[in-house]
Design a protein around this ligand. Structure first.
Ligand SMILES: [Zn+2]
Length: 398
């Protein structure tokens, strides 16, 4: 893991403004401290000691949010994805003045998004590391997907086709060195690039430090995104903050939807000036997260040390609690997660398993702590009628 010392947009030295520890990230190291780097010249905020590309690829290959369960007989598109794709398409239609005949999507997931454009007779092509998604996109939408990484596609592809629209939805926040990435992507660009990323421009007070998910390496604002794109030779057509209130994820919302066009060489394009300051927003977010975390620490300290505890949730949220609170010193006997891809893997030498009500009935587990912000309500709803309410510890009371 090499610490990044310089800004990938402007090359100047960066500052480390905060450190966030994680413990027990599945498929990664036992202990990991994320260093939040900031370039005051570009307002660019990012993870200055990210996992290597190989590490992240491995993690995505089995934890991909868009990987659908193969056991499912009937294929059902995730509603969040359907809603988001349609909102994005509407924004693109509103803002592309020139006709689009071809679309290239990096991170094409199940192919649903591309299918919306294919229906209109546009040429579409997608890249998506998951083999399963390649099969389903062919089967459900007759869409060809290159089932590997963009890097490998570049190596393999000798002649580069150009596309009228390059589609990057929730991709850029995952890319170490986004400047280099956009420059590579530009080779395929004929006219427009659409970019949708989580933004720090406007943030809910929600899951403490939820924005700093270990999967995200860049934390954009409108200011830093403009700096990146103008330097890469694109100018802004339009931008909009989208709250996606129907498909809520603490690490991914609100998001900023943006449309860019390749610069005409003889025109000088002006950036939009922003009064608000990225670093002030981030500092307020960190302060808010620390306050929420302090309340959680109190709740965890109230748990008796000999009480047999199950943690429900094997994600980032739990990794941060294990590293930032006394949770790991408690008597943890089970870790539950309903995600089949996590089951069987280990955290603190405990195998992740599906919840069993017998654990409570037989006294193997005294209490279950729900370690999730976005799923707290859903998890509680699913067990409140099965086990006594006083067996459940909620951290947020949503
Ligand atoms: Zn910079």
């Amino acid at each position: 893991m090499n610490e990044i010392k310089k800004c990938s947009i402007c090359g100047k030295n960066i500052d480390i403004i905060y450190k966030i520890p994680f413990c027990g990230l599945i498929g990664m190291k036992d202990y990991y401290e994320e260093k939040i780097g900031y370039c005051s010249n570009c307002s660019f905020l990012f993870n200055a000691n990210p996992f290597s590309g190989d590490d992240l690829e491995k993690r995505y290959k089995y934890l991909s949010k868009y990987e659908f369960d193969e056991e499912k007989i009937n294929f059902i598109e995730k509603q969040d994805y359907v809603i988001r794709s349609n909102i994005q398409k509407h924004f693109i239609e509103e803002n592309c003045k020139e006709k689009i005949n071809s679309v290239f999507e990096i991170g094409a997931a199940s192919g649903y998004n591309l299918s919306l454009y294919k229906k209109e007779g546009k040429k579409v092509f997608g890249i998506e590391p998951s083999n399963y998604n390649k099969e389903t996109s062919k089967k459900n939408y007759d869409i060809e997907i290159y089932a590997d990484t963009f890097e490998n596609y570049l190596k393999e592809k000798k002649v580069q086709d150009k596309f009228d629209l390059i589609f990057l939805s929730h991709i850029l926040e995952h890319i170490v060195n986004p400047m280099e990435f956009i420059e590579k992507v530009k080779k395929f660009a004929n006219k427009y690039i659409f970019i949708d990323v989580p933004t720090f421009d406007y943030k809910f007070s929600d899951e403490n430090f939820g924005m700093f998910s270990d999967e995200h390496v860049n934390y954009f604002t409108f200011a830093s995104l403009q700096n990146l794109m103008y330097k890469s030779g694109f100018h802004l057509i339009n931008a909009r903050i989208e709250f996606y209130l129907n498909c809520y994820v603490a690490a991914g919302t609100p998001a900023i939807m943006t449309l860019w066009k390749i610069d005409d060489e003889n025109i000088k394009y002006e950036k939009k000036k922003i009064i608000d300051n990225t670093i002030d927003n981030v500092r307020r977010y960190i302060e808010d997260s620390e306050n929420i975390l302090n309340e959680i620490r109190k709740k965890i300290d109230e748990i008796k040390d000999d009480e047999k505890l199950a943690i429900w949730g094997a994600g980032n949220h739990t990794s941060r609690l294990l590293a930032m609170t006394n949770l790991k010193n408690k008597n943890i006997v089970r870790i539950y997660d309903s995600d089949v891809k996590k089951q069987g893997k280990e955290i603190l030498n405990i195998k992740i398993s599906n919840f069993k009500k017998e654990d409570i009935e037989l006294g193997i587990v005294d209490k279950i702590i729900i370690s999730s912000y976005s799923s707290e309500k859903a998890i509680c709803n699913s067990i409140e009628n099965i086990i006594p309410k006083n067996k459940i510890i909620k951290l947020y009371n949503l």
